[in-house]
Design a protein around this ligand. Structure first.
Ligand SMILES: [Zn+2]
Length: 1011
């Protein structure tokens, strides 16, 4: 097993008090965590400079500036906590033992067994399908297509344009990236800008830099230090820094939108850095997967492990295999090779893709991943043109596109039997709390209409997903809802130790057919339990029952569990309250987040092997041990929703919106993902709502459109600049229709012996996703303080390496940031202030555990927004325009007493009003005369201001994976604390430095690395 996560150094010689504004925790601790991701030799920090601190900033004037310059006139005590960060010469007597590395447990923390030696990249064993010989006809009734790919199911496919005169596909398995085609590529995309659009202009040097002339250039396209800054620095030292002078996320976002927004991004170039996740753009697949499916931390990998170790920039990809494709982009093409199945390399088992090089007149092909030369099957033979390309190149998605799907043959099905459509089982806790709150009635009412919207195949009239119902408290009640029945029948299982499903026929049914019986049941449930006084619940047996039901029905599926309290009834998986705020900031804090082992661990395994995903809706009024209750959902591709102190009137709509999104979303089941790479590097580490039985197969009971897997890569040899770094993500899954399919995403990156190329091609939003997931995993095994230290040190190291190797010489007092990473520090600081990492007794343990678990499966868009919320000024909005006002920086300084602001981070939504907010605006939006009378919710009013505000909120809610409840916050009110937590550029209310202080701190760390 390779090293997981971060590796820090052995003992340190210096103690370090509270870092970056955090309390010092349990005594002073090591001062020199060795950042390190690559397990390098320990490096020590020399003694820091001493003195008083004043910083002078100057922002390079040109709009395209790549570098921010910081001059340190003296040196810093800018930290809230205690003496200067690095000035304690010796560890105090209370200092803990030598700092441990991020002792990350193997990916999902459930009894990992390593089977045999770790695989060696492309030579590793074949993915999932059993090795049995081909048998029977291809499933799903698709005829064998001979030489023609089936385009079944995609009406938009009709007739491919002739692809005759297109230039070669740049960079895909070919030595030299070609220029982008003059017109649109192989497969025409509908929608704006598709036809005849040249796409994004060619940028062989990468996206950044290259335009800033001046003395500071370290090379073409590279950022150099600002050397003409002396003038800016003249004058007396400033006491207060201008916050506008430090790198701004809102500015970076706006600039990218201005530069690349509204454009067609064609994926024909290897190593091309895509627009930011916040930018609106249209993707045209021309040989590499859309950034919606795969995003990398850098698009230029270093050629050697040494370089990778030197720069400490993690090499990662965030893969969201089911990402939603906007309506104006082409859905994935579907390829059916009949009973032959997809064509794969004999050696590494990579699937046919644009990186396979056809040779020998088209009779053989060389695999781009392992270089093995394979015979072309007779049915697949095609002649090559004078450029050596197959003449049918543009007629076959698998030869010309980054993403597509294959029909999977029986080989890819469990027990060589065709898969069945999945089932959704609704499991409702009918104990006293849920009945009394009205929740049970609310759920039952909603299901009557919601079940009409179960997911279905594109174009299908109705869903084939089956449904089943269970209610429970200390015992379980199963319902027979067979369509032939006049009344539903209940069967009770009170022995929760040996869970079984008491009925076969009639439990899982088609909703359309059984509608009458089901509606009858849903009408009866709230009344049946109306007089209950049972307050104890079981939990693990509920999941067990769901798995057993799916096992019996031989299908995959999802459990929707609506649960109220910690399961204390005598049964497997019984939990007790183990919340202990005294553990916070101690060595044992991590135990609060570690799930209870045993029953739940085994349940996760059972669920995954059955393709049973668990979605948990929690309605707690107190601690429920979310770390344990959330364990099965987070290993089965599931989601966890939490509504504390649920009240139907206040929270009902929020919950129902979540439930609707969750039930209706696009999803695949019983999935297994494998990431193959070209020689020289391989995937070593995976983060997500996943389960791993070995080191390479990522198992997901289900994967929906919002779930992402973050993958880390490591070198095992040299990479070549010529061939680049190729990756292929293959996801085998069952559709909502019960079809077995393979979804393939290919991506090609550049490789360079120059670190400057790597820094130029970095993607900050992807990097922070990686850092968040690895830190949230590391906190299970290490004290938070250590985790935070490692984060800061790795950051300092990344930036110091840039400084040392990629920028031209400059005064040590200057802070020089690579253009593509210039806002990384604000994200990192925000990450360290998030609930899970902040270590504050004022936060609920369950909330912290919840945030930790949901972030594990987040894609880049979600972590970006979570760590840098949008703060939108609304007091000056133009009601006549459709445009959402531009967000401002997340800082109190941007708020105005007379202002009204919306803040959202994808999880929380606030409407903040200043005390001097104009009464006319208050009247129009809230229908009350003044600030003092503000209601707790937003009324629906018929005036332009109210309509505009509500339409902005609706459009935000529409874009997010989960619903958000709007909280109205008055300036200086008690509730403002919740809101202020999200002003991430300010000092954190629960600890953590302001952005400015943090940047100064990072700068000191960089200087130490450099000296
Ligand atoms: Zn191969």
């Amino acid at each position: 097993m390779s090293q997981q996560g971060y590796v820090a150094t052995p003992p340190y010689s210096q103690a370090q008090p509270g870092m970056g504004g955090y309390p010092a925790g349990f005594g002073s601790s090591p001062a020199q965590p060795l950042y390190g991701h690559y397990g390098g030799q320990p490096q020590s920090f020399p003694a820091p400079p001493t003195g008083k601190a004043t910083f002078l900033w100057s922002l390079i004037p040109p709009v395209k500036s790549s570098v921010y310059v910081l001059k340190v006139v003296h040196t810093p005590p800018t930290y809230p906590a205690g003496p200067g960060p690095m000035q304690n010469p010796q560890a105090s007597p209370t200092s803990p033992p030598a700092q441990q590395p991020f002792q990350t447990a193997p990916p999902p923390t459930m009894g990992q067994t390593t089977l045999g030696p770790p695989p060696t990249g492309p030579h590793s064993p074949q993915m999932a399908p059993p090795q049995s010989p081909l048998a029977g006809p291809s499933m799903g009734g698709h005829p064998s297509m001979g030489g023609h790919p089936s385009m079944g199911g995609h009406p938009s496919m009709g007739g491919h344009p002739s692809m005759g005169g297109h230039p070669p596909m740049g960079g895909m398995g070919r030595p030299v990236p070609g220029p982008p085609p003059p017109g649109s590529g192989g497969f025409q995309q509908p929608g704006p800008g598709a036809a005849g659009q040249p796409g994004y202009p060619q940028q062989p040097q990468g996206q950044f830099g290259g335009q800033m002339a001046g003395p500071g250039m370290a090379g073409p396209g590279m950022a150099g230090p600002f050397q003409g800054g002396a003038a800016h620095m003249s004058g007396p030292p400033q006491k207060k820094l201008d916050p506008d002078s430090i790198p701004s996320t809102t500015q970076v976002t706006e600039d990218d939108q201005a530069k690349r927004g509204g454009q067609v991004y064609t994926t024909n170039l290897r190593g091309q850095v895509p627009p930011l996740v916040t930018t609106d753009f249209t993707v045209q697949d021309q040989g590499n997967a859309s950034p919606r499916f795969m995003r990398c931390t850098t698009y230029s990998f270093p050629c050697t492990a040494d370089l990778a170790k030197q720069c400490q920039v993690p090499l990662g990809a965030i893969i969201k295999p089911f990402a939603t494709v906007p309506k104006n982009e082409t859905p994935l093409y579907f390829v059916n090779h009949g009973e032959t199945g997809p064509i794969r390399c004999n050696r590494c088992k990579a699937y046919m893709c644009p990186y396979m090089q056809f040779i020998d007149g088209g009779r053989r092909y060389q695999c781009g991943f392992c270089n093995c030369v394979n015979e072309v099957p007779a049915f697949y033979f095609q002649h090559l043109d004078h450029m050596g390309r197959r003449v049918d190149l543009y007629e076959r998605p698998e030869l010309s596109l980054g993403s597509y799907e294959f029909e999977a043959t029986l080989d890819y099905c469990k027990n060589n039997k065709p898969a069945s459509p999945p089932a959704y089982i609704f499991m409702i806790d009918v104990s006293y709390a849920n009945i009394k709150s009205g929740l049970v009635r609310l759920i039952c009412e909603e299901l009557k209409t919601l079940l009409d919207n179960l997911p279905r195949e594109d174009g299908a009239e109705s869903s084939t997903v089956k449904v089943g119902f269970v209610t429970y408290n200390k015992i379980l009640h199963f319902y027979n809802v067979k369509s032939a029945l006049a009344q539903p029948q209940m069967m009770v299982v009170s022995d929760t130790a040996e869970m079984f499903v008491p009925l076969l026929d009639g439990f899982l049914v088609n909703f359309q057919e059984s509608r009458a019986v089901i509606n009858n049941l849903l009408d009866q449930i709230p009344d049946m339990f109306a007089d209950t006084n049972e307050s104890e619940t079981v939990f693990a047996p509920v999941i067990q029952a769901g798995v057993e039901a799916l096992k019996t029905a031989e299908c995959s599926g999802k459990l929707f569990i609506f649960h109220s309290s910690i399961p204390t009834a005598e049964a497997p998986g019984k939990l007790k309250n183990r919340d202990d705020k005294k553990l916070i900031n101690t060595e044992k804090e991590k135990t609060l987040f570690q799930p209870q082992k045993g029953v739940y661990e085994q349940l996760s395994k059972d669920c995954v092997s059955q393709g049973c995903s668990v979605d948990l809706f929690l309605f707690p009024s107190q601690y429920v041990d979310l770390a344990t209750m959330g364990d099965v959902p987070t290993h089965t591709g599931g989601s966890i929703f939490k509504y504390s102190n649920f009240q139907v009137e206040m929270d009902g709509e929020h919950f129902l919106s979540d439930l609707r999104k969750d039930v209706e979303k696009a999803i695949g089941f019983d999935a297994i993902m494998r990431v193959r790479t070209s020689t020289g590097f391989r995937a070593t580490n995976f983060f997500g709502a996943i389960h791993m039985n070995n080191t390479t197969d990522v198992e997901m009971a289900a994967v929906d459109c919002d779930k992402a897997v973050t993958v880390e890569f490591k070198h095992d040899d040299k990479l070549s600049e010529e061939t680049g770094a190729l990756m292929q993500c293959a996801l085998l899954y069952t559709t909502v229709n019960g079809q077995r399919r393979l979804r393939i995403h290919n991506l090609s990156l550049n490789c360079s012996a120059q670190l400057s190329e790597l820094y130029k091609s970095c993607e900050t939003d992807a990097l922070i996703n990686f850092f968040a997931k690895s830190a949230y995993r590391a906190m299970l095994n290490q004290p938070l303080k250590t985790v935070r230290e490692i984060l800061v040190n790795q950051t300092a190291h990344m930036l110091a390496c840039y400084r040392k190797n990629c920028s031209s010489p400059s005064a040590a007092s200057q802070l020089i940031l690579p253009d593509a990473m210039k806002v990384f520090p604000v994200y990192l600081n925000s990450l360290m202030k998030t609930g899970p990492l902040v270590g504050s007794a004022d936060l609920s343990t369950d909330d912290r555990a919840h945030q930790r678990l949901i972030a594990t499966a987040m894609g880049v868009e979600d972590t970006q927004l979570l760590l840098y919320p949008r703060l939108i000024p609304l007091h000056n909005m133009d009601v006549a325009s459709d445009v959402v006002p531009a967000p401002v920086r997340c800082s109190e300084e941007r708020l105005t007493d007379a202002g009204m602001f919306l803040l959202e981070n994808g999880r929380s939504l606030f409407l903040w009003l200043g005390q001097a907010c104009p009464p006319e605006l208050v009247q129009r939006v809230f229908n009350v005369p003044s600030f003092a009378h503000l209601p707790s919710s937003l009324p629906v009013l018929d005036n332009p201001q109210s309509k505009k505000l509500r339409s902005i909120i609706d459009s935000l809610l529409d874009q997010r994976p989960s619903a958000m409840k709007l909280l109205i916050v008055k300036q200086k009110d008690r509730s403002e604390m919740l809101f202020r937590q999200h002003l991430v550029e300010d000092k954190g209310p629960y600890g953590g430095a302001s952005y400015m202080d943090f940047l100064c701190y990072v700068h000191c760390e960089i200087r130490q690395v450099l000296t």
